[in-house]
Write a protein that binds this ligand. Sequence first.
Ligand SMILES: C[S@@+](CC[C@H](N)C(=O)[O-])C[C@H]1O[C@@H](n2cnc3c(N)ncnc32)[C@H](O)[C@@H]1O
Length: 250
Amino acid sequence: MDNRRAYDDVAAHYDLEYPGPRTGELEFWQGQLPAPDSKVLELACGSGRLLAPLARGGAVMTGIDSSPAMLARARERLRADPAVCGFGARLHLQSMQDLELEDEFSLVMAAFNALLLVPHRELPLVLERVRSHLDRGGKLVAELFAMTGFDALPDEESAPLAGGSGSWWRDRSYRYDPDLRAGISHVSYRHGRGRIASQHSYGLHLHSWPELETQLVGSGFWIESLYGGFDRRPFRDAGGQLIFVARPSD
Ligand SMILES: C[S@@+](CC[C@H](N)C(=O)[O-])C[C@H]1O[C@@H](n2cnc3c(N)ncnc32)[C@H](O)[C@@H]1O
């Protein structure tokens, strides 16, 4: 499933659902910066939820995203934050598959399932592109979830959104597509009992950790660390949240 334009139609409501960093998330990423003024590339940076606060802390941030609407949200967020403006974060309309920048980075971050947005067959290409954008000593750090048996089960949920002053709701239906090996979600946003304000579908291309590790090693990375949460507890190999730190093998 191609997710490149999947967020265009919900950009206006994305921040209601994800207004800022999750618990421990920003501290985790700040802890990954090799130096406070490190050059960092965020893949699929979306509305700048993480990119803006990292830039505010002094990191020299570049973000790429394939959705013009999500990048417009990120630009707005950066413009609204005078502390960030001074650092001049750069944003590019670019997909992970087409990553092509002049700079090299000491950290390439793939937060919040960014790598799962890439179809399985295109992941080697993305990893190759990432490798070629790392400086000497640079690393790729990705946060995602490793597949468990539960991810193959269909699911429906309806929940109020944390951000936003009104009573915004999000409805989501989920199913697993065994041919694509992807979890497909259809999400809609509505205000109270009102009609749907925006909706979209996206697919997360799921991996178990052993599958993903094989892919990383095959693409010329070695795994320096493997965590099971932002507090850096060890990953227990049972699925769920997974964060890896990978470096080029040569
Ligand atoms: C769930 S949002 C995550 C945004 C951000 N990383 C965050 O943590 O809030 C997913 C983002 O990935 C972008 N995206 C999807 N497929 C992409 C691709 N192949 N290359 C670049 N961006 C992509 C979407 O446009 C969207 O902005």
